[in-house]
Design a protein around this ligand. Structure first.
Ligand code: SAH
Length: 455
């Protein structure tokens, strides 16, 4: 008999999907249950039935798994952030390694040698960035917190265990400013109101914190008071900025930024490279994890000092600059102008003279460089979640580099791209998962592709 909504079923959980849901089987159907772990036996209530799978929620556990740990956050299960806080960290690492292996096998149709997953140096407070939505609370005062899972309802939350401790005090100071000046939080339904998000970013090495309010209009009143309050809450605040976003969109940041006080960049050190980072530049959220990731990417790149290295999707230049001392020449390509500016400044500040950075679409730039006859020895790609575009992959292959090192925060799209490379003569020989995002259903992967010279 087919499952139906509200039915209570008995389930054994056998795995966790890369969305973070436990998976069990009932009557031949896959049933996904959030916040469950392998080995859990439970009664689950069916909430949604599709053709070949269903969703259910925990009704009660009949025998909890021994991989379980007590979740240590008061909003765990209510906020959309962590989905693995009920699982031991060791089990989380094994799970994530398996996600990457399975994606490469199923989607990428390859079996590279899998090196053991690199754990995050910190499983908590590892993030250096927060994007905190602001909304009107029930008592007519602004609240901030996190979106509840799969919704845009703001769940109030004063602190988050993934974020630096000082973010809580800064957020409270911003809310205090908003409420004491009667400033209206943005309302997504009516599209009225001024303050949408609080964006915080910390440079771990220097301690500097950047505070950005995402607003619908730069004409925010009493900004002097805002600056005063956040600086009093955290003496390490080094810049206060506004970012304007008046579009009806889920995209958080707008394109224009205005400095209210202090510096428009924060300075950090990553893999020994001094970096200036603007609000709109991408910066890895887990700095210590990123250092391990970049070191692994460098190892796979096999640099000897003679190479021409092409760093596509280079952001503020981070990965390439960490390898500039080990190559003959570095070319970085990035689409966001502010990030390219950061990359150039960062190269100069570190005395790097063998690098140049282009502001362009990775595919277009790669095609142009290929046309010019550029022959990079190693190409590094670190694309956003959607992966590389086909024209980028084709242009890279046209340049025939010996090695391609792929860094990716989405192993499914990375695996898809690996297959596209394979069709063009590149074999995935090594892969390694790096856990940059403990407690959440995300993992980073780095994959080495080597050119098949017989082809
Ligand atoms: N390698 C960097 C950034 C990786 S994030 C680091 O590790 O810090 C991916 C980067 O790709 C972002 O900076 C984003 O702005 C950039 N990007 C997105 N689409 C792009 C495209 N079509 N062409 C070039 N860069 C792009």
């Amino acid at each position: 008999m087919a499952l139906h909504k509200n039915q209570i079923i008995s389930l054994s959980i056998s795995g966790i999907t890369s969305e973070g849901n436990g998976i069990g089987r009932c009557d031949g159907m896959a049933v996904f249950v959030p916040y469950t772990v392998p080995g859990d036996q439970l009664m689950a209530k069916v909430v949604k039935v599709n053709k070949s799978y269903a969703y259910a929620i925990v009704d009660r556990f009949t025998r909890p798994s021994n991989l379980r740990v007590e979740p240590d956050c008061p909003v765990f299960g209510k906020c959309g952030g962590c989905s693995l806080r009920q699982l031991s960290y060791q089990a989380e690492l094994e799970l994530k390694q398996d996600w990457v292996r399975q994606d490469l096998r199923r989607i990428g149709k390859c079996e590279p040698s899998m090196l053991p997953i690199i754990p995050s140096p910190n499983a908590d407070r590892y993030r250096n960035k927060a994007l905190i939505p602001v909304a009107m609370g029930e008592n007519g005062k602004a609240v901030s917190g996190f979106y509840a899972p799969r919704s845009h309802r703001v769940l109030p939350c004063a602190d988050c265990l993934l974020q630096p401790v000082e973010f809580a005090a800064i957020t409270a100071a911003v809310l205090d400013y908003i409420n004491s000046c009667f400033i209206k939080p943005y309302d997504e339904i009516s599209h009225k109101g001024l303050v949408r998000h609080i964006f915080l970013r910390k440079a771990e090495e220097t301690g500097q914190v950047m505070v950005v309010l995402v607003v619908t209009d730069f004409a925010l009143p009493h900004t002097g008071l805002l600056v005063e309050k956040v600086r009093a809450a955290c003496p390490n605040v080094s810049g206060v900025l506004l970012n304007r976003n008046d579009a009806v969109t889920n995209v958080i940041m707008g394109k224009e930024t205005k400095l209210l006080w202090g510096s428009g960049v924060i300075s950090d050190v990553l893999c020994g490279v001094k970096l200036d980072i603007s609000p709109l530049s991408f910066y890895q959220v887990n700095r210590r994890g990123a250092q391990l990731l970049y070191a692994e990417a460098a190892r796979m790149a096999g640099l000897t000092g003679k190479e021409l290295l092409l760093d596509l999707y280079c952001g503020a230049g981070t990965i390439g600059l960490s390898m500039a001392g080990k190559v003959r020449e570095l070319i970085g390509v990035e689409i966001i102008p502010q990030a390219v500016e950061n990359a150039k400044t960062n190269a100069a500040a570190n005395g790097v003279t063998n690098a140049r950075f282009l502001c362009a679409d990775a595919g277009q730039a790669a095609a142009k460089l290929a046309e010019e006859g550029l022959k990079p020895d190693v190409v590094l790609v670190d694309p956003p979640r959607k992966g590389c575009s086909l024209d980028t992959i084709e242009a890279i292959c046209a340049m025939a580099p010996q090695r391609v090192v792929m860094v990716s925060c989405n192993s499914a799209t990375a695996a898809r791209d690996v297959e596209l490379f394979a069709q063009r003569g590149y074999k995935a020989t090594q892969a390694r998962a790096v856990d940059m995002f403990p407690r959440t259903a995300n993992v980073e992967a780095v994959i080495l592709l080597e050119r098949n010279n017989r082809k």
